[in-house]
Ligand binder design. Structure first.
Ligand code: NDP
Length: 280
């Protein structure tokens, strides 16, 4: 079997067009502020692509670049000012923050109604209790890819590999809400290959380059690879060994060009959702 490729670039482009149309129908421009502390190169690349995509969708996007030595107190005060600014509908703090800053406290300082990353405990709690409002962008993007590829989830055995607060846990909550039977696996899971082989839908989010090989895959399964890992020679790879998995799976996302483009498109959608909710 050779897997059908789920093309995230095409699905993301369609979503961005939809978001732009939704923005142009609003009597105001939704506002998004991206906060970046320090000058981490990878973060800077992400922030620039977010800025560009948001501007293209008609969102009024601003980047607040702060020096690496910004204190917790100063950053908290900046967040409070953005919370109070009526022109700002969405606030995104680019992670990771420098080590001297308590990231959890910063995320908690964001007004949950403006938390377009969906990381605030209020939004995480709403998602866990089945009352989702602003949902983390990457798992939301995965759900849209699954819907686009017509992957049945109702009653399906799904396995999420990785239990982080930003990918694995919200991913499991979304699959559960879609009536899948969900296993949330991690580094302490026994017989990981066996657990993976039972899954009809497999979501990988470990950050371990090419750790999942074709012999871990149930023939015909859908494999969504969230992982983004850079090999020593500079090549980007996912958590799946692509060729061996694509030979067994029924459908698969490539890296790059799978989940990545969806994350940004979902951020734009979340910004519009937040703006519509806040401004009625
Ligand atoms: P974290 O490092 O926060 O979490 C990784 C998870 O994988 C942990 O739960 C860990 O288990 C588990 N894990 C690690 N190694 C193994 C292993 N050998 N066997 C089983 N489980 C393992 O990562 P993130 O969730 O933030 O990101 C995961 C990947 O997704 C990364 O490659 C990241 O770059 C990518 N990513 C991609 C995005 C996109 O837009 N496409 C967006 C966000 C992330 P334990 O909890 O037991 O330690």
């Amino acid at each position: 079997m050779t897997a059908r490729i789920i093309d995230g670039k095409t699905v993301a482009a369609a979503l961005r067009t939809q978001v732009a149309a939704r923005v142009s129908a609003l009597p105001f421009r939704p506002g998004l502020t991206v906060v970046m502390v320090g000058d981490d190169r990878a973060s800077l690349t992400y922030v620039r692509s977010k800025d560009k995509a948001a501007a293209e969708a008609g969102i009024d996007v601003h980047t607040l670049r702060l020096p690496a030595e910004t204190s917790q107190k100063d950053l908290t005060a900046r967040i409070a000012a953005l919370n109070a600014d009526p022109a700002v509908d969405g606030i995104l703090v680019q992670l990771p923050l420098p080590a001297h800053i308590d990231s959890i406290a910063i995320v908690e300082a964001i007004d949950p109604a403006k938390d377009v990353d969906g990381f605030h405990p209020v939004n995480a709690g709403r998602l866990a209790s089945g009352r989702a409002t602003l949902v983390p962008c990457t798992p939301l993007g995965v759900m849209k890819l699954l819907a686009h590829a017509n992957v049945p989830l109702d009653g399906a055995r799904a396995l999420v590999l990785g239990r982080s607060a930003i990918v694995g846990r919200p991913m499991a909550a979304l699959l559960l809400a879609a009536n899948a039977t969900v296993t949330l696996a991690h580094s302490r899971t026994r017989d990981l290959p066996g657990e993976c082989r039972r899954a009809e839908v497999l979501i990988l989010a470990t950050g371990r380059a090419e750790m999942v090989t074709g012999d871990w895959i149930r023939p015909g399964a859908t494999l969504i690879d969230v992982g983004i890992n850079r090999r020593a020679e500079g090549r980007l790879v996912g958590d799946a060994a692509y060729d061996s998995c694509a030979a067994i799976a029924g459908a698969i996302t490539p890296v790059p060009g799978g989940v990545g483009p969806m994350t940004i498109a979902c951020l734009l959608e979340n910004t519009v959702v937040a703006a519509e909710r806040r401004r009625g």
